[in-house]
Design a protein around this ligand. Structure first.
Ligand SMILES: NC(=O)c1ccc[n+]([C@@H]2O[C@H](COP(=O)([O-])OP(=O)(O)OC[C@H]3O[C@@H](n4cnc5c(N)ncnc54)[C@H](O)[C@@H]3O)[C@@H](O)[C@H]2O)c1
Ligand SMILES: [Zn+2]
Ligand SMILES: [Zn+2]
Length: 429
């Protein structure tokens, strides 16, 4: 079968690999109809998340059809249409039962303290092959698959695999409530979805900060207020927009590959911190392999999103962090957060916990995530699609992959699906 395979930092390839087989009674094999590329995948190729094994199939977002189940899987049959939660969880341990699926005690073969288990990640994350492939093995399939009604199409469901659960989780982490002013750092897919999720949680105002013009435009089309960090100093801009108070809630949807502004007043005010950032980059991305086309470059200001987040928050406000930080990231401005009595919550999403509710919201028409897909690629173009997404080229905000061949690249139901043109849910809230 065809799959996107990680070879080393800066080297991924589309290759023919062996199809997965059932290894355990609780496994299912899923034929993937739609996959997607995520900002998390970029960390592995840029070298900002270490510990990948050569030959690992990438990807942790998928919609598909159950092909085969092991003898222990009692609730799915071949032919069932499903969305796959990005993180793997047993569904049995006390953490899973409490809804902390990303902290499952059993799913990680590396042990209960190794960290969150997810598809297509480092060995410490379970060393599981990913979902940018024609077929995938899903462990703990009883809980590791979520059924899809026919009314929810692939264009909607692929965004429920990781992006919308993560943004929903982050709105909860940030304690977004009625009337709150919410700042979303990062206008990538997670940040875009966070606009809708914050509104669904009652946000009064949503302000999005990024430095990429077409991503800010996409946020504005959802009627978020936008701040371009290459045009304005973003902390001052947020203070001005909030009568000097700051934001009640801040969402970090950036993570370790945070970029330093390259021009404007924020670039000037951070000039003195460049050496410190360079030190952080060496610490977090010891091995790098950018090419001469500017691809696979680690972010040059790893701690900047959290620094800004803390500075933008109102006193006694909340910072929710879903942008990913690897274990080797050591720099967090604890003193500034302490002095403001901030609440800070963070972590990997408990996808399985939030997914069924989100599927229901889509089926009922309350949420249509599909307009967030800005580009559809077929298998043959997967690596070029990765490059365009890595470089944040115009129009490449969220890339869906029809891995099973051109036939499975379906632009979805509504006229706006897959165009990135329309507003997503909560735009009227
Ligand atoms: N916690 C989880 O479970 C979970 C799940 C999915 C994704 N993630 C993480 O969320 C983050 C975002 O994912 P994505 O797919 O949207 O990625 P992405 O790379 O497309 O988006 C990141 C965005 O942040 C912007 N950015 C860079 N530096 C910035 C700064 N200093 N201030 C504000 N914005 C800045 C970039 O221009 C980009 O638009 C990634 O770190 C990803 O790994 C976490
Ligand atoms: Zn993802
Ligand atoms: Zn568990």
């Amino acid at each position: 079968m065809k799959a996107v395979v990680w070879h080393s930092v800066g080297d991924i390839r589309l290759e023919d690999v062996h199809e997965p087989k059932i290894q355990d009674a609780n496994d299912a094999i899923v034929r993937i109809t739609t996959s997607a590329i995520c900002g998390t995948d970029l960390h592995f190729v840029r070298g900002t998340m270490t510990g990948m094994r050569e030959g690992r199939i990438l990807g942790h977002e998928a919609v598909g059809i159950v092909e085969e189940v092991g003898g222990g899987v009692r609730n799915f049959r071949p032919g069932d249409r499903v969305v796959v939660p990005s993180t793997v969880a047993c569904g049995v341990c006390s953490y899973c039962r409490a809804g902390y699926h990303a902290q499952c005690d059993q799913a990680n073969p590396q042990g209960r303290l190794a960290g969150t288990t997810f598809f297509g990640g480092p060995e410490a994350a379970g060393g599981l092959d990913g979902l940018q492939a024609e077929y995938a093995r899903v462990p703990y399939a009883n809980t590791g698959l979520v059924p899809l009604p026919d009314s929810v199409d692939d264009a909607q469901a692929i965004l429920l695999s990781d992006i919308y659960p993560t943004s929903w989780f982050c709105a909860k982490l940030a304690e977004v409530g009625t009337g709150d002013t919410v700042v979303v750092l990062g206008a990538g897919p997670v940040g875009q979805a966070a606009i809708a999720c914050a509104r669904l949680c009652g946000a009064g105002r949503v302000i999005v900060v990024d430095g990429v013009a077409d991503r800010l435009e996409l946020a504005q089309r959802q009627h978020a207020e936008t701040v371009d960090f290459n045009a304005e100093e973003p902390v001052s801009a947020i203070r001005e927009l909030t009568a000097g108070i700051g934001a009640d809630r801040v969402i970090d949807a950036v993570g370790i590959d945070a970029a330093c502004p390259d021009h404007g007043p924020a670039a000037d005010s951070l000039a003195g911190q460049r050496d410190e950032f360079a030190h952080e980059v060496r610490e977090t991305a010891p091995e790098q392999n950018p090419d001469d086309q500017g691809t696979w470059r680690p972010g040059d200001a790893p701690s900047l999103a959290t620094r800004w987040g803390i500075q933008m928050a109102a006193k006694a406000g909340t910072l929710g962090i879903v942008g990913v930080y690897p274990p080797q990231a050591q720099h967090f401005p604890i003193g500034e957060a302490f002095q403001k009595n901030l609440t800070v919550k963070m972590g990997n999403c408990h996808h399985r916990h939030y997914l069924p509710h989100l599927v229901s919201m889509v089926a009922s028409g309350e949420l249509d995530p599909s307009p967030l897909i800005t580009h559809w690629s077929g298998t043959q173009d997967a690596i070029e699609a990765y490059r365009a997404f890595d470089r944040r080229e115009q129009g490449w905000t969220k890339v869906a992959l029809g891995i099973g061949g051109p036939g499975s690249v379906a632009p979805g139901r509504g006229a706006a699906a897959g165009t990135g043109a329309a507003t997503t849910a909560g735009a009227h809230g």
